[in-house]
Design a protein around this ligand. Sequence first.
Ligand SMILES: Cc1cc2nc3c(=O)[nH]c(=O)nc-3n(C[C@H](O)[C@H](O)[C@H](O)COP(=O)(O)OP(=O)(O)OC[C@H]3O[C@@H](n4cnc5c(N)ncnc54)[C@H](O)[C@@H]3O)c2cc1C
Length: 355
Amino acid sequence: MFDVIVIGAGPAGSTAAKILAESGFKVLLTEKFAIPRYKSCSGQLIRKSIDLIQEYYGMPVPAYTMCTPKGTKGMMLTDDRGRISCFEQEGLNVWRSSFDKWLADQASLSGAEIRDKTAALACREQRDTVTVMFKGEQTCTEEASYVIDCGGVTGTIKRKLLKKPLDPIYTYQTYNQGSIDLDHRFFHAFLHPELSEYDAWFNVKDDLLVIGVAVKDISKTGHYYDRFTSFLKENHGLRIDKQLKTDKWIMSRILPGCPVDHGMGRMFFAGEAAGFLNPMGEGISAAVESGYCIARAITDNFDNPEMIHAEYVKKTETLHGYMKRQWSLVGEMADSFRDMRLKDHEERLQYGLSV
Ligand SMILES: Cc1cc2nc3c(=O)[nH]c(=O)nc-3n(C[C@H](O)[C@H](O)[C@H](O)COP(=O)(O)OP(=O)(O)OC[C@H]3O[C@@H](n4cnc5c(N)ncnc54)[C@H](O)[C@@H]3O)c2cc1C
């Protein structure tokens, strides 16, 4: 019998497990893949992510998780009319498999039991406990007072519980040897609807040029990727000598108003499973923060599931507000995201947006 079972060893799950374990709770953190597991990601840690890691983990992000250029300078955003905005902010460039393994190691060092290659198949809530069915080397069940689903966008537990169909954004990235005239220290995002159905991006990891597009209709991936690479060739002198790797993934489709599911009964959601994701696919800060918030809500109210829920909602209000504000700003920059603009006068005032 565990106090808490955490499903998914990404930034949300490892942070929740670490905080709960170091507070003296008996925690099981499960991951369906072998750790270190692969996660398609640009690996950009914004200032907020770096500060949250320092605050919750008590140490900086270790150098061995980083790739070159280690220190990044922020984002260059080209909107749907070709206008370029530079958001300068120092950040870090990490490989997600190393970074996420380091987070899981910290959870383990704090006393959480880690089981990788163990997928949660289903959860059933009884009066005072939740039973989780797992498929690993062998099938087994475990019980806990609470379960936190941090399974990310690919996780099935939340979708099964809420009977929600998967309606994601599809991403496609390639890793290339070659050259380009864009500044390697920036993450370059493009919102022009000719180049992608969502956003397109370019960044550098260990001298590899990473080129990516996000689409709503998966059958259009090749079409937009070709358009984006032609655009980079014509406008930024892209030359690809050799393509080394490609990857396809999915990302949450964030709806107007940025709805979030905190959970119900003894089951909670955190990170992308809860619906936290900022524009341009920036989700690590939200995952770490929501993982921390649910862990704190549990440590402070262990015997009262309703209080945990209320506290979790309260603790994530600022995070949720930040997400709404960021999406609204993107909605104001690009017509293809206009539905994301906050319309409510009070809410705009609350989040410091012009009225
Ligand atoms: C192409 C791309 C680029 C991105 N770039 C950035 C970036 O540069 N910076 C940034 O901040 N964010 C970026 N993001 C977003 C970021 O990756 C996510 O928002 C973040 O990883 C969410 O963290 P999480 O802990 O909620 O989920 P995840 O990191 O997705 O972790 C969930 C974990 O749960 C496991 N899991 C799922 N189901 C189960 C189950 N049933 N049982 C056990 N384990 C399970 C998964 O295997 C996974 O390891 C990017 C996303 C994509 C797709």
